[in-house]
Design a protein around this ligand. Sequence first.
Ligand code: A3P
Length: 298
Amino acid sequence: LNRYQYLYGDFWVSGFALTGVISFQQNFQAKDSDVILATLPKSGTTWLKAIVYSIINRKICSLDNSPLNTTNVHDLVPFLDCKVYLNGQNPDLSGIPPPRVFTTHVPYPSLPESIKSTTCRIVYLCRNPFDSFVSLWHFHTRARPKDLEPISLEDCFDMFCAGASGFGPFWDHFLGFWKESLKNPKKVLFLTYEDMQMDNKLQMKRLADFLGYPFVENEEKEGIIDKISKFCSFESMRELQPNKSGNKRGGHFDVSSFFRKGEVGDWMNYLTPSMADRLKKVVDEKLGGSGLNLKLLC
Ligand code: A3P
């Protein structure tokens, strides 16, 4: 079961996460004060977790004393599907002090009803599928059980373009959250990895405002936004002890594999011109007319 992707309803799920997804859908009771971070795998989830955690907790602890220095971010801001409810668990989460911050890869239409009916907030981080594909392929190559044949870039790409990648098709995942963010901007904030790379400070301000933790003038003068931005940067996070090789996330993945290159445009080093054309056609066909424009380079 653990080795394959399964088409569950209208999205794909890795075998290891399937029972977790179902238990999450059936049991999670959102609260109005909850913050849900939603992403496709390899979209910069780890980065978003660190930023949101640091924004929300900045009054409680300085960055020097941040639990991020000693605890892996995936434990501080856990995945509901791939950790909290993993293997069908159903823990009591009611005692966690607000705001509870969780993460999920589940597409918008398949989220538990309570997430939609409460005033809890959703932050969606979208990454261009060219880079997220390359990131995914590296991750699969690293995480794939050793007794399975390695998956070639070409085979993985065929599946990706057909929509068969974890929690995909990627276009449906994007569109579910994109449309909801247009309909209900107080409910869903739609961010992109590329904008975060291009203007991290501006995106952090948008995030802080959306979450109800806006940066005040004094903080701006003290340069707190810059400090959080630097603290959560790829180079800084990768060097923190809890993100070093040897630590496992949810017993599955070595946490260091969540830090590879952290760039926009690395796809150019992996996709041939014809592969790039093919993916561009998929993007144009599936996202054309939605108003969602993806940056492929910064
Ligand atoms: P690359 O493989 O392209 O380097 P996720 O956290 O959703 O699994 O995404 C992992 C991707 O985000 C990887 O992309 C990883 O290097 C990148 N990443 C991790 N931490 C980051 C950070 N602090 N800033 C920018 N990118 C980061």
